[in-house]
Design a protein around this ligand. Sequence first.
Ligand code: ADE
Length: 418
Amino acid sequence: MKYDCKDLGQAPIGKDRILWADDRMPVLRSIRERFQKEKPLGGIRIGACLHVTTETANLMRTLKAGGAETALCASNPLSTQDDVAASLVADFSIPVFAQHGEDHKTYYQHINAVLDYEPQITMDDGADLVSTLHSSRAEVLENVFGGTEETTTGVIRLRSMQKEGVLKYPIIAVNDAQTKHMFDNRYGTGQSTIDGILRACNILLAGTTVVVAGYGWCGRGVANRAKGMGANVVILEVDPIKALEAVMDGFRVMPSMDAAEIGDVFITLTGNIAVIRQEHFERMKDGAIVANSGHFNVEIDIEALEKIAVKKKKIRTDVDQYTLPSGKRINLLGEGRLINLAAAEGHPASVMDMSFANQALACEYLVGNHGSLKQEVISVPDRIDREIANLKLTAMNYKIDLLTDQQARYLASWDQGT
Ligand code: ADE
């Protein structure tokens, strides 16, 4: 079996951590048990480009239990957990091509190594696998009959491909399932972003001014968690509806140039480019902390920071301190890569449980509907979304009511008014 990971000697630590996460992923586990019996993915080759974490390992185990042949590479150069990569290879015989801290060239070599397996289904997080496949490995497209996409940024990229008429096979937008974005993006990113910042800097959030750029599901999550820890939270938005929502949720909303002067910690989660730029750095307070939790490292204009700084020092493992000509110091976390995975472990297992249950069931759906889906970005069927919510509630020991017959009839009617 081919693979490229750092050190197989780390496998025992990785295995323990994978099993620890598995205990917190009851929905995925129940799917794995069913897959083991029914083999719905029998013989299907799945190429996955995901953050190589303990949670992803349990997804890979589930796909394999379903009969799939899988190969995995990283969806970010800094998010790979090397012990997990080692264990997937050594304990679960799953080929992994990922090393924490790999350079740009190796990152793409690893994506290509997964494409060499000629996947029939692609599973992506950010759409780098799909865009490489379409732009430079078109010969592999022939056998691909479906794909899944995990994250907001990836879904946006895929919709652009669809609009330009270049998307060559159906891809399920797992991100858009309610049991994914309402929980993973909000509570997962909310908690893990704060976790990453605290692990990187060990600061007290209470009493600090935290500027959150972007008030989508992820931004809302981070803003609320920071507020809960006693920070004064300021929101930056370009969308008037989201800005209004932030105002009515009780946050201060202002232009980025005003926030630059008052923020202690800046966190970008917009999915857009150059959100924090030279003019912001120059206005910031001495000691300001700048982090990104959006998918790509483009939200902070690091080039501009490098250009204006007179000195750069790695002051802690995940903190680069830049000194400006004025003597002010700006602390950039995790090289501007998504901080929850660069400095922490990503979202906790119990929320990835639902995201990855969507991934596993989306694959089963692609196989079951092979040949009948359009070459476009498609939704996770509502039936699957609801099944996952029900399984999660059951696993958490919650019961809910069912509609009475009278209520169901009422909801289906139109002629009963006041
Ligand atoms: N994205 C965010 N957190 C993650 C995790 N723990 N595993 C895989 N992908 C993630």
